[in-house]
Design a protein around this ligand. Structure first.
Ligand SMILES: [Zn+2]
Length: 99
């Protein structure tokens, strides 16, 4: 879980999840009130997720599995990534450029 860079307080899963979608505006720390911005390690993890799903879709005709299995697996992978995002997000005191 990410730690506030101003006061060092560790954020909860839900706050970490919310801040990962607030790249431009950031989110105030519940403890000290300082605005914290997500850093971009989580974007890379998201890209790895997209890559895995794409690879899965590409190899699907080769391993002959049903559409239902593909959709179910896709949803499962998406759910896992949504769960993982708050663990991968890190906080910064200032807004950082994307790259
Ligand atoms: Zn704080």
């Amino acid at each position: 879980m990410p730690k506030c860079q101003a006061c060092g307080e560790q954020w909860g899963w839900f706050d970490a999840f919310k801040v990962s979608f607030k790249r431009l505006t950031g989110k105030e720390c519940a403890t000290c009130g300082e605005t914290q911005y997500p850093t971009y390690r989580d974007i890379k993890i998201g890209m790895v997720g997209i890559l895995i799903v794409s690879a899965f879709i590409l190899i699907r005709p080769l391993i002959d599995i049903s559409t239902v299995t593909t959709i179910t697996s896709g949803l499962l992978i998406a759910t896992i990534f949504i769960f993982i995002i708050p663990y991968s997000v890190q906080l910064s005191n200032k807004h950082e450029p994307l790259w």
